[in-house]
Design a protein around this ligand. Structure first.
Ligand code: HEM
Length: 463
């Protein structure tokens, strides 16, 4: 017989609105798992949501075909911004398949190598900025990594230079995107009828949305007026064809995907870089090991794309950072069955109804003691070295989501982050401005550390 799923009692109409703070949902959902266990239920926005946190249950929902991504919550709200984009598309939406099949080759690790010059360009700007500050200037790490990842994704996906390192003024397109993301997140947890009454905020949301769409449309018009031989993402979107249907992306699909890449591709990678820097500066042994590896693989030579694959400890540090502090803290799967009355069970005992959504809490999954042992809270890159990485049980490590809806930008993000860290550690020595610093998390679209400051000093071989 199916057992009822535990969970805090929902209030009439408001549901469990008081149990989850929209700005700290990952933290709150993790904490609720400590009280209710690896599966529990909440009523959010008028819908029942099942939350799972253990590898056993995550493995089940990520392996069974009847559980798949369906836009709900934040992703559903994002459909107001980019309904034709990969991230927020319905599973059976034709435009998802066309864009996915057309763009997958460009996002593959081999093609991503073509974007190395653009990534080197933006990373070098960051290096120069930090080197020129001098050893006594406090550096706001999170802000600068956010500049880096925004400039990189805009250069690679929109052929546009934001030049964020050269100005303190935030460009209107960036302001619009930040505004859209903030409001989208707020709407996720706010009852729809309250949102409907917030006329001023809704007007601002529409203005921001128009501005960002106009920006993307201008990029397309500009590239068409000035054709280029560059084999970048803009070229793939404008000229690529779906190998299955032979169709090309429409302008609406291109615009929505450009916006999607900006949204999905900058905060996440900035979160990864900012957490990694914080973890390395609070674990000096790992810091020294990493710098020794970079010195032995690259030395004082200019970094090339071929060096990156040999930086194995750096890769392990990236994986371990993604384990402890995954920038994308939650992802949903929904039980999809054509029969609206269908029922199934999870863990052979908990009943799930057709259409019900299950939310995976990634940081909690990455701390499942059954998988990772008693030292789950410790930063130990060694556990992610290739030989150990291969032994991680299925679906125990999910920083990039699941199945065909997993992150298309994974190789992009990993190449960008590997290059940035290698370049910075090759040339600079770092220390924390506050020696007693402890990482605290700020949730936005992605998790990042709260602002923290470091000092950077050119290494002796750099003059
Ligand atoms: C999807 C994480 C970087 C583009 C996802 C998903 C996760 C994720 C968890 C699945 C979301 C879901 O199931 O709802 C990350 C992390 C990144 C990163 C941790 C960096 C460390 C990027 C970059 C890009 C990108 C750099 C683009 C340049 C996308 C897109 C999707 C996606 C388009 C939707 C794919 C689809 O549904 O077909 N990402 N991402 N991401 N990501 Fe990333």
């Amino acid at each position: 017989m199916a057992l009822p799923i535990p969970g805090p009692w929902p209030l009439p109409i408001l549901g469990n609105i008081w149990n989850v703070d929209a700005e700290n949902s990952v933290r709150d959902l993790s904490n609720l798992a400590d009280v209710y266990g690896p599966i529990y239920k909440l009523r959010i926005g008028g819908e029942d949501r099942i939350i799972v946190t253990s590898q056993e249950l995550v493995n089940e929902v990520c392996s069974r075909k009847e559980f798949a991504k369906y836009p709900v919550g934040f992703v559903m709200q994002l459909r107001e911004v980019a309904p034709e984009g990969l991230f927020a598309a319905y599973p059976d939406q034709g435009s998802w398949g066309i864009a996915h099949r057309t763009l997958m080759p460009t996002f593959g690790s081999t093609s991503i190598k073509n974007m190395f010059p653009e990534m080197m360009d933006t990373s070098s700007q960051l290096l120069l900025k930090w080197a020129r500050f001098g050893p006594d200037h406090p550096i706001n790490v999170v802000d600068d990594f956010t500049r880096l990842t925004l400039d990189t994704v805009t250069l690679c996906a929109m052929d546009t230079r934001l030049n964020s390192f050269y100005t303190d003024e935030v460009r209107p397109e960036v302001k619009a995107m930040v505004g859209l993301l903030y409001e989208t997140q707020q709407r996720t947890y706010r009852p729809w009828w309250i949102t409907a009454l917030m006329r001023g905020r809704n007007r601002k949301f529409d203005d921001d949305n128009n501005l960002i769409h106009e920006f993307a449309a201008k990029v397309i018009a500009n590239r068409r007026a000035n054709p280029s031989n560059r084999k970048d993402l803009v070229d793939a979107m404008l000229n690529g064809r779906d190998p299955k249907t032979g169709k090309q992306l429409t302008d609406d699909m291109i615009i929505d995907n450009m916006i999607t890449f900006l949204i999905a591709g900058h905060e996440t990678t900035a979160g990864l870089l900012s957490f990694m820097m914080a973890l390395l500066l609070t674990h000096r042994e790992a810091y020294s090991k990493l710098q020794a590896e970079i010195d032995s693989v690259v030395g004082t030579n200019a970094i090339t794309v071929e060096h990156l694959k040999d930086l194995k400890y750096l890769k392990a540090c990236l994986w371990e950072t993604l384990r402890i502090h995954p920038p994308s803290g939650l992802f949903p799967v929904t039980y999809l069955d054509e029969n609206p009355n269908a029922r199934t069970t999870l863990g052979k005992q908990w009943e799930v109804k057709s259409g019900q959504t299950i939310i995976i809490v990634v940081p909690k999954l990455h701390r499942d003691p059954e998988i990772w042992g008693d030292d789950v809270e410790e930063f130990k890159p060694e556990r992610m070295m290739e030989e150990n990485f291969k032994k991680i049980p299925k679906n125990a490590f999910k920083p990039f989501g699941n199945g065909s809806r997993a992150c298309i930008g994974r190789s992009f993000a990993l190449q960008e982050a590997t290059l940035a860290i290698a370049l910075l550690f090759q040339n600079l020595d770092f220390k924390l401005a506050d020696p007693d610093y402890k990482i605290t998390i700020k949730q936005n679209l992605a998790n990042k550390p709260h602002n923290y400051f470091i000092y950077a000093k050119p290494r002796p071989h750099v003059n």
